[in-house]
Design a binder for this molecule. Structure first.
Ligand code: CIR
Length: 251
């Protein structure tokens, strides 16, 4: 029987120096951030994931946001080339771990790609073209995944960090979306975030459960099978619930 693996990476002591694009810098309580990260891992474990840690990287302030470093499907792992130069080194250790589970491909310059811009729904892979992920990144991801029957489509997104800041999958055919940032996905059933909660579209679906931040109670009311986690400290670093793990199946 196949297992669900969740790769995670510890909150680095330097997280205060993280990249910020749409938020002002606010003090991050390191102990609280680490406790919240532990709770997040516990939630994933309770939903059936085996947690596998990639070694901590204190010299890389955004390394906890491991989602951005890899796109993993059943057949292959694609190691990204993050759009923020400060984040490029994060991929090395992640690639070394993923090599144990998958054939590995690499996104090469001049392409950039952040995993946060990649939303896979079945065999369709949507990629937000943002300051972090360029059209070469979309093309290289397409070249890597097309042989396995995936379609890779660019999606316009604006005013937010990543595609998955604006839209995530919450049901077989259902997405949670902030249409002010991404007005697409009309072939899916769309649940809108509550107008007072623009940052609320980032949800992590595991099986039929939805791991979801406590910070967005009004949008949470529109969802089901919600497993709430307090991710307030990591949110100050512009991270959501999808970005702290890379989840895939293994034998
Ligand atoms: C960054 O700007 O790269 C980090 N401070 C936050 C990355 C969040 N990643 C994600 O949502 N996939």
């Amino acid at each position: 029987m196949s297992r669900l693996i969740a790769l995670t990476r510890p909150v680095p002591s330097t997280i205060q120096d993280c990249e910020l694009t749409h938020l002002d810098r606010n003090p991050i309580d390191l102990d609280r951030a680490r406790e919240q990260h532990r709770q997040y891992e516990a939630a994933l474990a309770s939903l059936g994931c085996t947690i596998e840690h990639v070694a901590a990287a204190d010299e890389m302030p955004d390394s906890v946001f491991i989602e951005d470093t890899a796109v993993v499907v059943d057949e292959v792992a694609v190691i990204t080339r993050p759009g923020a130069e400060s984040r490029r080194g994060e991929t090395v250790d992640v690639a070394n771990v993923l090599k144990r589970y998958r054939e590995v491909r690499f996104i090469e310059p001049p392409a950039t790609l952040d995993g946060g811009d990649v939303l896979r729904i079945g065999k369709r892979v949507f990629v937000g073209v943002t300051p972090r992920s360029n059209s070469d990144g979309v093309k290289q991801l397409r070249d890597a995944l097309a042989p396995f029957g995936y379609s890779v489509e660019a999606v316009p997104v604006h005013d937010c960090l990543h595609l998955k800041s604006a839209v995530t999958q919450v049901g077989e055919n259902t997405v949670l979306i902030n249409r002010a940032w991404c007005d697409a996905f009309d072939e899916y059933e769309r649940i809108d975030v509550h107008p007072d909660e623009p940052f609320a579209a980032n949800a992590l679906r595991i099986g039929d459960a939805i791991v979801y931040p406590t910070q967005f109670p009004r949008t949470a009311e529109r969802l089901w099978s919600v497993r709430l986690v307090d991710a307030g400290e990591l949110a100050k670093a512009e991270g959501g619930v999808t970005c702290c793990s890379v989840i895939f199946t293994a034998d």
